[in-house]
Design a protein around this ligand. Structure first.
Ligand SMILES: NC(=O)c1ccc[n+]([C@@H]2O[C@H](COP(=O)([O-])OP(=O)(O)OC[C@H]3O[C@@H](n4cnc5c(N)ncnc54)[C@H](OP(=O)(O)O)[C@@H]3O)[C@@H](O)[C@H]2O)c1
Length: 324
């Protein structure tokens, strides 16, 4: 028996149930791990509420964690008991132990802690692909990053700045503004109080942005389109405030021949080669000091409901972990 947080019916944070579950031995190509830290993500909220459909009920929430290998199944040669590992994978993360395909694991370098590993595999890899693959951020680009003080936000602002971009962030409070400024933002906009489109126009002296990274969704749309220069890229990668409503394709024309994409991590780390490329680049950025990993909250796994309340009520900054 191991402990896990399961969802038996979708709903509010109260549906997160801490209980005993059975974890079997690893099968062919699988590894059983003991998890030392689990990453908290907004996607966990989407699955819990039913905005994103889980394959079935009940399900164990969570998609990223780090821990140590306890046992390997037949055919696994590249991992051994005691190895320190981390992953981004299907639901099943909110647990003390789990069985997972070996090809979804990466080894943690000595200098990366379990806590860091647990928040880098979903959030960090997402920032990696957004800034290097979806749009290649380079010296002199002007980028707008919404929810700049969030888990994705603080990593994205730091890394975009390190790549030479001019970074504009939006945040929900003054305290978050200070944090975003200390983590790579050149300018911060309080988007609940200020008109962020007008502020972006002022800050950029009318030149607008090369790319907008929007994980907020409903409330920042269509303003995000108005922050882009002609032929700029709208990257809609999340729905913290609700999904972007359907809109006529002609809007992209009206706003200056824009490009738009709705990417997801799976499609950027679908192969082993892509996963290792992303993880190697990410870990190197942390080890070289280019990227500081702000883990600002820790909860016991059994308190996952409290963690969800805080995340949804915008009370968290940076990354948060659950401790099994
Ligand atoms: N597509 C992908 O591959 C991918 C992968 C990972 C994450 N994501 C997305 O990235 C986004 C950020 O994820 P995260 O886990 O790092 O979360 P987070 O940014 O730490 O938390 C969400 C933040 O969104 C802002 N927000 C704006 N309106 C909100 C509302 N109505 N309710 C709640 N929050 C609101 C809040 O910041 P302020 O108070 O500053 O407004 C809040 O702190 C999410 O949309 C997530 O789904 C996408």
């Amino acid at each position: 028996m191991t402990k896990a947080v399961r969802v038996h019916k979708v709903g509010g944070p109260e549906v997160l149930t801490y209980e005993d579950v059975e974890v079997g031995p690893p099968g062919n190509g699988e590894v059983r791990i003991r998890q030392h830290a689990v990453g908290l993500n907004f996607i966990d909220v989407y699955f819990r509420t039913g905005l994103y459909k889980a394959p079935g009920l009940p399900f164990i929430a969570g998609n990223e964690a780090a821990g140590e290998v306890l046992a390997v199944g037949p055919g696994v040669t590249n991992f051994h008991p005691g190895d320190r590992v981390a992953y981004y994978y299907n639901l099943g993360g909110y647990a003390s132990e789990r069985v997972i395909p070996a090809d979804k694991l990466v080894k943690l370098p000595d200098h990366i802690t379990y806590e860091q590993g647990a928040v880098l595999m979903l959030k960090g890899l997402t920032v990696w692909y957004l800034l290097h693959k979806t749009f290649k951020v380079e010296q002199g680009h002007r980028v707008l990053i919404h929810a700049a003080a969030g888990g994705i936000g603080l990593l994205a602002c730091q890394w975009a700045r390190a790549l030479g971009a001019h970074v504009i962030g939006t945040v929900g409070s003054k305290a978050k503004a200070d944090l975003a400024l200390a983590n790579g933002c050149d300018h911060v906009i309080l988007y609940n109080e200020e008109n962020f489109v007008e502020r972006v126009k002022q800050i950029s002296r009318g030149e607008l942005c090369d790319v907008v990274y929007d994980g907020v969704g409903k409330t920042t749309f269509p303003g995000s389109l108005s922050c882009l220069r002609p032929r700029g890229l709208f990257v809609s990668f999340g729905n913290a405030s609700g999904p972007v409503p359907p809109f006529p394709l002609a809007e992209l024309n009206n706003h200056g021949s824009l490009f738009a994409t709705r990417p997801k991590l799976n499609d950027y780390v679908g192969t082993r080669k892509e996963l290792l490329e992303g993880a190697d680049t990410l870990f190197a950025a942390v080890i070289n000091g280019k990227l500081h990993v702000p883990i600002n909250h820790a909860y016991a796994l059994k308190d996952a409901a409290k963690a969800h309340v805080d995340l949804e009520s915008r009370a968290t900054t940076g990354a948060a972990i659950l401790r099994p």
